[in-house]
Write a protein that binds this ligand. Structure first.
Ligand code: CO8
Length: 369
């Protein structure tokens, strides 16, 4: 009798395993069919403008997929006890999707599903761009930089955003331009098509940009940080322009910005030797405005961005423009430019509000006009 019971139990187990396998296969097929049109669209859309047009539609599709996944997950959860490895894997992957979904609902998840190399999130009035090629130490590939530019322009045009933070991960802010992508290029190619010329876009951004740097900020990574208006660095951050060791020189302003930030002798030493320099050196030389514990850098950068974003936006924009003019103009011309901007701010309601609030001993209410 016990023997027959065991046989029946074994058969039941077999049946349940087959059922789970069947369910898992169906689920994978359904997932593939649902994502296939997105893959086709991504492959066919050669530029970000085309991709942008599909954003709203795709976001809605992803959200509705998540809702269907939720149903599937609720159904599968009881089977996970004693289920096959494949079922457990499926459930784990659904779990991961839900944490993304939860984050999306909170407004912290990737706001643009088409970015493959960066993650964008808004934190209050701060737009955050996280470089996201961890396996390549966030090497700045052509595609990655196009996405950074796209996100920068979107945040610059967004009236709800007052400052932009760019960051990487704990190991690397960015280890430079993508060497694998560059290695086979010829002079004719890079010259004719102005290779990486689009890196200059960040210099047109009107809103303040803050680099939150941990780990390597080398070559193009150091240049990207220097293109930002303010750099906060983790105590273990490592900066450098090692291009000379590759038989090239910095190409995104490294020689120009470094010499202005740290002076000729140090800039020469760094660029000609290719030696890296520490966050502490960078702060001592004035390249970095603050060193923080690694796990605090991003939070503090966002907090600074928030403080800046809470001020009068036209005044902030004028201040940024005026400081940047110092790199282009003589002292006399620069002071003249500054005074003209200063005078022009008296046409703003925010100037009236700021000064009235001071006189009336209250907090100003900025209207950004
Ligand atoms: N490009 C492509 N891949 C990279 C890069 C890079 N810049 N840096 C790291 N990686 C990849 C590695 O190839 C490796 O990938 P894989 O595992 O597939 O081999 C992975 O990231 C991890 O790197 P490592 O194994 O080398 O990690 P280590 O911890 O041993 O070393 C270093 C870390 C020291 C950062 C090392 O990776 C390194 O030296 N990287 C290159 C740094 C460099 O030379 N940067 C300058 C690049 S040139 C440049 O930036 C010019 C900019 C010009 C802009 C022009 C605009 C107009």
């Amino acid at each position: 009798m016990a023997h027959i019971n065991t046989n029946i139990r074994i058969k039941e187990k077999d049946l349940s395993s087959k059922f789970i396998l069947y369910l898992t296969t169906i689920s994978f097929v359904v997932t593939y069919i649902r994502t296939y049109p997105e893959l086709i669209i991504q492959r066919n859309c050669k530029n970000t403008h085309q991709l942008k047009d599909h954003n709203a539609e795709l976001l809605e599709r992803i959200l509705s997929n998540r809702r269907e996944d939720e149903k599937m997950f609720t159904f599968l959860r009881p089977l996970s006890k004693g289920g096959s490895k494949a079922t457990k894997l499926l459930i784990a992957s659904n779990n991961a999707k839900f944490s993304t979904f939860g984050a999306l609902q909170k407004g912290y998840a990737n706001s643009d599903p088409h970015y493959n190399n960066i993650i964008t999130e808004s934190h209050g009035k701060v737009g955050l761009i996280t470089l996201n090629r961890p396996k390549a130490l966030n090497a700045l590939s052509n595609d990655l930089f196009h996405e950074v530019n796209d996100a920068l322009v979107k945040y610059d045009d967004d009236s709800n955003i007052g400052a932009i933070v760019i960051t990487g991960n704990e190991r690397a802010f960015a280890a430079g331009a993508d060497i694998k992508e560059m290695s086979d290029q010829t002079f004719a190619q890079v010259y004719k098509y102005n290779f990486l010329g689009h890196w200059g876009k960040i210099n047109d951004i009107k809103k303040p940009t803050i680099a939150a740097v941990n780990g390597f900020a080398l070559g193009g990574g150091c240049e990207l940080a220097m293109c930002c208006d303010i750099i906060y660095a983790g105590e273990k951050a490592l900066f450098g322009q090692p291009e000379i060791k590759l038989g090239i020189i910095p190409g995104a302003g490294g020689t120009q910005r470094l010499v202005r930030a740290i002076g000729k002798s140090k800039a020469m030493e760094i660029v000609l030797s290719g030696r890296n320099f520490s966050a502490q050196e960078a702060e001592r030389w004035g390249l970095v405005s603050k060193i923080l514990p690694s796990d605090k850098v991003l939070d503090e950068a966002i907090k600074l961005g928030q403080d800046i974003a809470n001020l009068s936006q036209p005044a902030i924009q004028a201040a940024k423009e005026s400081i940047n003019a110092a790199f282009e103009l003589s002292l006399k011309e620069g002071c003249h430019f500054e005074r003209r901007l200063f005078h022009s701010l008296f046409s703003l309601n925010d100037q009236k509000e700021g000064m009235s609030a001071f006189v009336q001993k209250r907090e100003p209410k900025w209207t950004n006009d």
